[in-house]
Design a protein around this ligand. Structure first.
Ligand SMILES: [Zn+2]
Length: 450
């Protein structure tokens, strides 16, 4: 039975430590903390069980372990929230790696992420945009009041919760950009998490991003404060955005914004830190340092990760003796990771980036897998019967959608391997190698090796 720390959640002031998620001041709620010796009621016992146990699914090998050889004991297979999530993020910061955060739009793209995480022996962040959530529900479903986007994200969350344990990897379940007009979407998801928390002692989602970077900074911070207060009560972390990520993603076009808005100022980051910290240290900042969504011709993107370093120095100086020992008080998120230069990625990690988003490059890899599959088997994919092997030969095993989708998945797993390597995020769990499943497609089932 899994020890779920979030069940014992309570605000308890802890001593000063050097990471970003515990405050330098011990005067306000700091972290969820396990109460040793808490009695567990019958109701609570069901909440202690992992998803596999609750659904009576087989849970063997990695699925059944309580913790990983190389990670803090709170970090377990499956979706993390509360202190376990914070312990993992602190581990990333202390050990100089960042976790890939991949935008998913279907069970197939989620499975690619879980497979890639296990292959790289690493944690992963799975995230849904509002458009991706709506797609998960089906584009035919009416989305008035974001009903489809809310239901789609909840459905995706249950998929991730069920499968993450089976793959034996720790997952942070997150939602991506939420602009002001999309706040009802997050409200719906928070309501779902609050209900889930009542029953299971943990939230449905691990974290949410609220992106009010287009609003005046005062309004951005005020709204984030309200959400952080609501979220931290049930073990959810807030990612907020300062400055604007350029380019285009999920229907939001920032291709023509003023250049100066693409770079955050240390004073602004300090303002956020100062105002959010007294509510909870459970927040990250997506500060702008020239980030752009999408992949453009070389030379169009000028990343300046030093901005993050300057902000850490500035805030540490302001905090004086209360600054954390590593002088990196803020945990940063890197948006627009696709197409970025490895040296910029590594610098950003050194300056306190613990999460890097990737979307455009995995969109491409998924499509490229399908494209190459079609190129290879083109003559077998033009009609149901008849191919170069003979006019009566059936083509079912080629046009079965599993074949081309699996090709997209495998191509994405390969692209993600590069991402894990770029982020120093390999061999983190200590589980070692993982063998490819022998019972999925492949010759045994009459499928074709892609
Ligand atoms: Zn982004």
């Amino acid at each position: 039975m899994r020890y779920n720390i979030a069940l014992f959640s309570a605000f308890i002031v802890t001593s000063t430590t050097s990471n970003a998620f515990t405050s330098p001041k011990a005067t306000f709620p700091l972290a969820f903390h396990s109460k040793a010796g808490s009695s567990v009621s019958t109701h609570d016992r069901s909440a202690l069980a992992g998803m596999s146990e609750e659904l009576d699914l087989p849970c063997e090998d990695e699925c059944s372990i309580d913790s990983f050889p190389n990670l803090p004991p709170s970090v377990h297979p499956g979706v993390l929230s509360g202190q376990a999530m914070v312990d993992l993020l602190n581990h990333a910061k202390e050990n100089g790696y960042a976790i890939p955060a991949v935008n998913c739009i279907s069970s197939s793209s989620i499975n690619s992420c879980l497979e890639a995480a296990r292959r790289n022996d690493a944690p992963i962040i799975i995230q849904f945009s509002s458009g991706g959530s709506q797609f998960y529900a089906g584009k035919g479903l009416d989305n008035t009041n974001y009903a489809a986007a809310i239901a789609g994200a909840v459905s995706g969350a249950f998929h991730v919760r069920t499968l993450a344990e089976q793959y034996g990897v720790p997952v942070i379940l997150h939602t991506d950009h939420c602009a002001k007009k999309l706040l009802p979407w997050i409200d719906g998801l928070l309501a779902a998490s609050e209900r889930y928390y009542e029953k299971h002692g943990e939230p449905l989602f691990s974290s949410h991003m609220i992106d009010l970077s287009e609003e005046p900074i005062e309004e951005n911070i005020e709204i984030c404060k309200d959400y952080l207060a609501r979220m931290c009560k049930i073990g959810i972390l807030l990612e907020m955005e300062l400055g604007i990520t350029g380019g285009e993603e999920d229907g939001v076009n920032n291709e023509d914004v003023a250049l100066e808005d693409l770079y955050s100022k240390p004073e602004e980051i300090y303002q956020v830190y100062k105002e959010l910290m007294p509510i909870s240290p459970w927040f990250t900042v997506a500060a702008a340092f020239g980030n752009v969504h999408g992949v453009y011709s070389p030379g169009n993107v000028k990343l300046e990760p030093e901005i993050l370093n300057r902000a850490q120095d500035y805030i540490s100086e302001k905090l004086g003796s209360e600054a954390p020992a590593d002088k990196k008080p803020v945990s940063f998120v890197f948006h627009g990771g696709s197409g970025s230069d490895i040296s910029d990625i590594r610098k950003a990690i050194g300056y306190g980036v613990i999460k890097m988003n990737i979307d455009t490059d995995t969109q491409w890899s998924y499509w490229e897998g399908i494209k190459n599959f079609e190129l290879k088997w083109h003559d077998y994919l033009q009609k149901q019967i008849g191919n170069p092997d003979g006019p009566d030969k059936p083509n079912k095993k080629y046009y079965d959608p599993r074949e081309c989708l699996r090709a997209g998945e495998q191509s994405t797993v390969n692209r993600l391997e590069q991402c894990f390597a770029d982020l120093n995020c390999q061999g983190i769990l200590g589980l070692g190698e993982w063998k490819e499943a022998a019972n999925v497609l492949g010759p045994r089932r009459g499928g074709i090796p892609v």
